[in-house]
Design a binder for this molecule. Structure first.
Ligand code: MSP
Length: 505
């Protein structure tokens, strides 16, 4: 088990706006979180993994209006696309939350009340800039050529509003961030947030009156809650808040890792911990901001018409190849450039050639020449023991914040095994030294098992097929049990081709 992490861990994706269909950005964080959750389980943790949709606010209301639909029926429809994507990705979160669900509305109102009761909400009026695309308020001096710093259009808003006393949390936030250097990751983002807070925090408008599509402020229902206060609360809702005694809340809060895109760092690393502190709740353990994908070198945007449909991509390449590519291609905190050629190249070289071929060669040879049974072995050489030990070492050093590197280490392991098999060439021994042939095949199969358990979080469909064929039960699919050896004589099933190579077109 990773020493710094609790036994019980809560892993979250951002909840996605339902103003439009899912795109590659909506799939990426979910894939990262699913892989991390699977890794954590293999490391012996209990995991609660959530995702869902963010359904209120002006942007969604406007999208519904443009579609000529009532907001509720519009969000029902679009949220379903996100749910479909999750099942298309063969992912089963502990909960898929929608912010229009009654328990969430109750939780958001309870959080508001807790903050208010502690004296951190007051009524005023907001006169300033608002960018609907970002659902964010901007100060005059933040604007760049009349637009938000993100490039979003801004409009002047003048309305009565409740405010959150964010300014009261400047010192506490800084203290918390500085005392917990791994709270905001990667380090560059930690520094960015520190600079932002040091620049001074102004009170934050947290209610709107000029549209209706939101959670009503209970004591003053002309106001709906600012969509970010509503949305962030979802992380508490799924754990049973406001019932702080509920089993999941007790177990999983605040042992939490929020994975987010870099554009929503301020909301998660400044506003969210401040809201929680104001309500007397603990602050989450980690916020990890990942980078953004471009498409073949270009910023992804609807107006450029270059959005990537994750469902089409999965249909073309298979979910394992897509997740492998996205996770292996770019280290988590960095920006990445999506390219089909890159995906095809990883699929062909790492998955089909290096791993898939190895599995197929060894298992079909065993099928034909060892009656489909785990072969016999004699004493292992130093080199063979090193090959086995690699699996144990890698399982121990698995790091959820450095997936790319971890996958690369597993690929190296595959490389070593391929080298061993090529050098030992068991196929040449079938008529001359059966005993040695079986021994080599045993070593190869045992190492394949170890490699496959390590790969399980990243290519779960193919890896499960292999482990099922080797009859490895769930208890043996744990990094700490990777050293439990296969038993000679056990039957193994045949394995089909795991990865079809694609042409580079
Ligand atoms: N609803 C808010 C999040 C609320 S969480 C309490 C939101 N939604 S979003 O749908 O606009 O964005 C969801 C996530 O997708 C964000 O983390 C964002 O960074 C990510 N991405 C959107 N486009 C992306 C890329 N091109 N590449 C990678 N991730 C990107 O913000």
């Amino acid at each position: 088990m990773n020493q710094k992490l609790n036994k019980d861990i809560f892993v979250t994706t951002p909840i996605y706006y339902v103003n439009d269909k899912p795109h590659i950005g909506s799939a990426y964080t979910t894939l990262v979180c699913d892989s991390v959750s699977r890794m954590l389980k293999l490391m012996g943790h209990n995991v609660y993994f959530m995702t869902g949709t963010d359904e209120h606010g002006q942007k969604v209301e406007k999208a519904a209006l443009n579609a000529g639909k009532e907001p509720q029926s519009f969000v029902d429809e679009v949220s379903q696309h996100f749910r479909d994507l999750v099942s298309h990705m063969k992912i089963s979160p502990s909960r898929f939350i929608r912010t229009t669900e009654p328990d969430h509305i109750k939780a958001a109102q309870a959080l508001w009340k807790a903050i208010k009761d502690n004296g951190y909400i007051y009524l005023g009026s907001y006169d300033g800039w608002y960018a609907m695309r970002d659902e964010a308020f901007y100060a005059e001096d933040e604007l760049v050529e009349g637009k938000a710093p993100t490039g979003a259009e801004v409009e002047w808003v003048s309305e009565p509003s409740y405010f959150f006393k964010l300014s009261a949390f400047q010192d506490k936030l800084l203290e918390h961030i500085q005392n917990n250097p791994d709270f905001i990751q990667p380090t560059s983002k930690h520094n960015e947030v520190v600079r932002f807070i040091e620049g001074g925090l102004k009170d934050l408008s947290i209610s709107r009156t000029t549209f209706k599509w939101g959670i009503p402020v209970e004591e003053d229902p002309k106001h709906v809650m600012y969509v970010w206060l509503d949305a962030l609360t979802n992380y508490l809702t799924v754990l049973g808040y406001p019932d702080k005694e509920s089993e999941n809340f007790q177990k999983f809060w605040p042992n939490c890792i929020h994975f987010i895109g870099k554009d929503i760092l301020r909301f998660h690393a400044v506003y969210w911990p401040a809201f929680l502190m104001a309500a007397g709740l603990d602050v989450p353990q980690h916020v990890y901001a990942h980078g953004w994908w471009t498409n073949e070198g270009q910023k992804i945007s609807k107006s450029l018409g270059n959005t990537i449909d994750p469902i089409a991509l999965i249909d073309e390449f298979g979910i394992d190849a897509v997740r492998y590519y996205l996770l292996r291609e770019v280290p988590l905190g960095n920006d990445g450039n999506f390219s089909k050629a890159g995906l095809v190249s990883r699929l062909n070289s790492d998955l089909a050639n290096a791993y898939g071929n190895l599995v197929r060669r060894i298992t079909s040879f065993i099928h034909v020449h060892c009656q489909g049974q785990v072969p016999q072995h004699s004493e292992f050489s130093e080199e063979e023991l090193t090959l086995f030990q690699k699996g144990v070492d890698l399982g121990q050093k698995a790091n959820i914040f450095n997936i790319t590197h971890f996958i690369d280490d597993i690929n190296q392991y595959v490389h070593f095994l391929n080298k061993y098999v090529d050098e030992m060439a068991p196929w040449k021994l079938k008529n001359t030294n059966r005993e040695l042939m079986e021994h080599i095949l045993y070593v190869a199969l045992e190492a394949i098992k170890r490699i496959t358990i390590l790969y399980l979080p990243f290519i779960p469909i193919a890896a499960s097929k292999v482990l099922d064929a080797l009859n490895i039960d769930d208890n043996h699919r744990l990094y700490e049990n990777i050293d439990l050896y296969l038993t000679s004589g056990d039957i193994i099933q045949e394995i089909d081709i795991l990865f079809q190579k694609k042409d580079m077109t």
